[in-house]
Design a binder for this molecule. Sequence first.
Ligand code: C2O
Ligand code: CU
Ligand code: CU
Length: 478
Amino acid sequence: KVYTDYFFDEPAYNTHDGGYIPLKTPTVEPQPLAVPPLLKPDKQTATDDYYTVTAETSETQFLPGKKTKTWGYNAGFLGQTLVFRNGKHTHIDLENKLPELTTFHWHGLDVPGPITDGGCHAPVYPGQTNHIDFDVMQPAATTWLHAHPCPSTATQVWKGLAAMVIIKDDVEDQLPFPRNYGVDDIPLVLQDREFHADNQFDYRADYDPDGVQGHTALINGTINPYFDVTTQRVRLRILNGSNRREWRLHFNDDLEFAQVGSDGGIMPAPVYMNKVMMTCAERDEIIVDFGAYKPGDEVALMTDETPLVHFRIKAFEPDDTQLPDHLVDLPAETPTPGLPVRTITMDGMDEEVAMDGKKFDMQRIDARQKVHDVAIWDINNTNSTENGMVHPFHVHGTQFRVLSRNGGPVYPNEHGLKDTVGVNPGETVRIQVRFDLTGVYMYHCHIIEHEDGGMMAQIESYDPDHPKTYHLMDMDTL
Ligand code: C2O
Ligand code: CU
Ligand code: CU
């Protein structure tokens, strides 16, 4: 079966926003797609990896003429790609060379909150280096790193503070997937930006409390990229790294592809489709088979009518690898008996956004859940079904299962592990959540301006036998 739907509520889509900014088809010459280099470890042993991640200021040549002032992680814009391995103890020096405080949030990583996780309670002040270390203990996945200081996550991500974090493991190693980074295993960070005078970003000028958008698509920071296809099958690790924009992805000729991974890792089975909609912070790993093309052909990955990446077909060896019908086993997991269903609401739009009717407060722990308990959460989007928005619901420090949408089936590509799920207006998405570590974790809408605007709360995962107290920062103490 090949799915040909985008699976979301059309009236809630980005394009119906009062403030919608359409993408312009780029006029600059096609440029080779930037593939972020892999960050070299400072040291590696059989059991431990050591890295230094530096947040730094830079200038990036996006357009002819003036360079754009940007921020990045070991890079001018965005960041070098980190590769972690399941089972390894990983040590990271977090170095801040920016003129203001930042945090380093590991979106999708099961690491202790609120400090290692890098949410707003873990500031690294300018000129400082903080150290974290943690066990990587989750399956192979495409996750990411981004800044998360409250309430300036959105401005820092807009300047460029986002990077891919790939987790590897022995299970994924055995699957017949492309995995030659930069050749047939390619990260695609989808973002949009507005360029102002002298080719500069101007976040304030573009500000919209429902999420900042720009007319220009940037793919890994490249405008109008092309990619030379030198293998029949190519794996794309797609991240919606935009502050607000949703993407309706498809190829210009409706080429079908197989989605094999979602936020938290490889899905139980491949899902064949020719369209996929991505809300903010979601990751989709897809495998594209270019076997039907010949050298010289070109096929474009599009969002709506805008081309994003031009795939230029070169000569390649024939590859008749078939994907198995079954990819990975997700551990069986049943809800802990006797737990009430946790109900969460994402409320409002613009400045009125709230979570459970309240604005975020860094010092307030909104909910508690016993570590290792498997709890059912009902996430409601209380927006109007006529003019509301899709709110992407994200939880730190866990990968959850999506159980149902308004009591009915989930989308075909939601059977794997997720850390972010789009919730349509008037909809209740039921998820199943377990924390493996104690700590304080944020959950929020991943339209970053909504998160900064207060559509965010925090939950403590606690162990009754080992109660802990947390030093929670306040906005004023930052
Ligand atoms: Cu992408 Cu609070 O995170
Ligand atoms: Cu996160
Ligand atoms: Cu939202």
